[in-house]
Design a protein around this ligand. Structure first.
Ligand SMILES: NC(=O)c1ccc[n+]([C@@H]2O[C@H](COP(=O)([O-])OP(=O)(O)OC[C@H]3O[C@@H](n4cnc5c(N)ncnc54)[C@H](O)[C@@H]3O)[C@@H](O)[C@H]2O)c1
Length: 253
């Protein structure tokens, strides 16, 4: 990953923890400048401090990415501080309650779809004019194993992550002639702070599925970050609209 020491302007959402944190650290380590966007101010500030102490450049934008004013602040910060948006990583996300479709409340559906699908759409819409003006840009979305199958989460999370795949493919097709590439990673189980809002077995095998016994080893956030950095690098210049499982073969089972 040492070929991209070009000081790109990179936005990473959910960078206060887990996969986003690992990605922010890795981008900064190769010389990119990072907007750390997260709801959690303490987590975001801690990672910015860590980046700065290592000699890198990063800035925090705190807030709920489902709010338009937060989306606008994230975009404006990247443009004003770092001169544009070269890379957008839509990574912030939340789990659901593992509810089967008949059991999903309006509150659960709206909360999960808003954070996992609507917020990435809003931030993407906000940065696109800057990427279009520059004639280039890279977007990497964090989807999930639950974007590939129906048994890895509840209905709301599964639908939200399938939606992220649809958004990814739409962006890839619509902007291929504008120098903008969009891809997604689909992490399998990864050792982060993400919390399931309910007993994982609350809805039995219909929600969990037999694949859980085959899910492979739990990955480290750095392994997911490595895939994000690859897709954001020039080495992936001909990769557009790809949905990449990073799951120790779970999706191959
Ligand atoms: N950990 C896994 O096993 C796993 C598997 C598949 C996919 N994913 C996906 O990976 C992504 C990162 O999750 P993680 O595992 O690193 O979890 P995490 O909880 O460690 O990190 C997620 C971060 O997103 C932030 N966030 C949540 N809602 C937000 C909002 N509305 N606005 C701004 N920030 C918000 C949180 O504060 C947190 O810092 C998510 O999209 C998740 O769905 C994770």
């Amino acid at each position: 990953m040492t070929g991209d020491l070009n000081g790109r302007s990179v936005i990473v959402t959910g960078a206060g923890s887990g996969i986003g944190r690992a990605a922010a650290l890795a981008f900064a380590a190769q010389g990119d400048r990072v907007v750390v966007a997260d709801l959690n101010a303490d987590g975001a500030d801690a990672i910015v401090t860590e980046i700065e102490q290592a000699g890198g450049t990063a800035v925090t934008v705190t807030g709920d990415l489902g709010e338009q004013d937060v989306v606008d602040r994230v975009t404006a910060t990247a443009v004003e501080r770092f001169g544009g948006v070269d890379v957008l990583v839509n990574n912030a996300g939340i789990m659901d309650s593992m509810s089967a479709p008949a059991d999903v409340s309006d509150a659960e559906w709206n909360r999960v779809l808003r954070v996992n699908l609507t917020a990435p759409f809003m931030l993407t819409r906000a940065v696109l004019p800057h990427m279009l003006a520059a004639g280039r840009g890279v977007i990497v979305n964090t989807a999930s194993e639950a974007a590939l199958r129906g048994s890895a989460a509840g209905a709301a999370y599964t639908a939200s992550k399938h939606g992220v795949v649809g958004l990814t493919k739409s962006l890839a097709v619509m902007y291929r002639k504008n120098g903008i590439r969009t891809n997604a990673i689909c992490p399998g189980g990864t050792a982060t702070a993400i919390a399931v809002e309910a007993d994982r077995t609350a809805h039995g095998p219909t929600a969990i599925g037999p694949h859980f016994v085959n899910l492979g080893r739990v990955s480290q956030p750095e392994e997911q970050a490595a895939a994000i950095l690859f897709l954001a690098s020039d080495a992936a210049n001909n990769i557009n609209g790809a949905i990449l499982p990073v799951d120790d073969g779970w999706s191959a089972v």
